[in-house]
Ligand binder design. Structure first.
Ligand code: GRG
Length: 291
């Protein structure tokens, strides 16, 4: 990755590095663990948009950090995201049969193996991040990165959001919705934006600025995702979504506001063009026509 390339070109190169990093992170299966490894691999490849690892590497670039130091963070966060999708699709949660146009992991590997594949990816994430010292990252930075990621993914972040989301008895209020978005979606994006500067050793002020970037991005992204679902569902939206509670127009305005906040922050950073391009990628969905 060259420092003079545009934000868009940077994202293209970063995407290739992320695929290689994920490929190398998956341990080889032995005779008895083959079904587990096949289930993990099925969930990871081909992946989705890889937004979170792209954010880790773009945030490292934004502060002139070393992308090699940030790669373990990028891989670890995608492993966690993938685990969360496997578990979210399970019969006990959303009970989804398809994800990314293919049968979900529990549909092809069975429920017990899907649970274990998720457990395997979650644990592997911390093994990968813990080994960042091997890429030359000082141990004290590795320790901060581990705690940033664990907090965002765990019972103060994504898991709390998921637990609140499955509570069917809770009233669908804007207050609850904001909590869900903040914990279930934005927490992991906040960590993604922080891991780059943390692993590359940026000052605390930069890490905080990038946390705010990740939060605005995550809040925008959840609303945009719900608006997309609404378009695909012939204009209907679940009541427990922003478009469902406030209407599609207000939802789109709110998403634009968060995108603008994120862009302003990224534009102030020394090399924030990768992050600006990432915001542009998701914001472009707001302007797409309904079909
Ligand atoms: C099971 C602990 C646990 C958590 C699940 C991520 C999640 C929490 C649930 C998935 C459902 C959902 C709508 C979450 C909101 C975040 C979101 C839009 C996830 C999808 O992320 P993308 O679009 O997925 O980045 P791809 O397919 O591109 O990887």
């Amino acid at each position: 990755m060259k420092s003079g390339e545009s934000g868009e070109l940077f994202l293209q190169h970063a995407a290739l590095i992320i695929e290689q990093g994920l490929e190398q992170a998956l341990p080889a299966a032995d005779e008895y663990s083959r079904p587990l490894h096949e289930a993990m691999r099925y969930a990871l490849f081909p992946g989705g948009k890889r937004l979170r690892p792209l954010m880790v590497l773009s945030a490292a670039r934004a502060v002139h950090g070393n992308p090699e130091a940030a790669l373990p963070g990028a891989v670890a966060i995608e492993l966690i995201h993938t685990y969360s999708l496997i578990h979210d699709d399970l019969p006990a949660m959303d009970n989804d049969d398809y994800r990314r146009g293919r049968p979900t992991v529990h549909r092809v590997a069975g429920e017990a193996m899907a649970i274990l594949a998720g457990d395997g990816l979650l644990t592997l994430a911390f093994e990968v991040l813990g080994r960042a010292a091997e890429a030359g990252v000082p141990p004290e930075r590795v320790a901060v990165a581990v705690s940033v990621l664990a907090r965002a993914a765990g019972p103060a972040g994504m898991v709390a959001g998921q637990a609140a989301d499955i509570d069917q008895t809770a009233p669908a209020t804007m207050d609850r919705l904001r909590y869900l978005h903040s914990q279930k979606t934005a927490a992991l994006f906040e960590a993604a934006a922080m891991l780059g500067p943390v692993l590359s050793g940026s000052p605390g002020g930069m890490v905080e600025l990038l946390r705010q970037f990740g939060r605005s991005f995550g809040l925008a992204y959840q609303i945009i995702d719900d608006l997309e679902d609404q378009k695909q569902d012939a204009g209907r939206s679940a009541v427990s979504t922003y478009p469902g509670l406030a209407g599609p127009q207000a939802a789109a305005e709110e998403a634009r506001r968060y995108c603008d906040q994120a862009t302003v922050i990224a534009s102030r950073l020394p090399a924030g063009d990768g992050l600006v391009a990432l915001v542009g990628m998701v914001q472009s969905h707001l302007d797409m026509p309904v079909h």
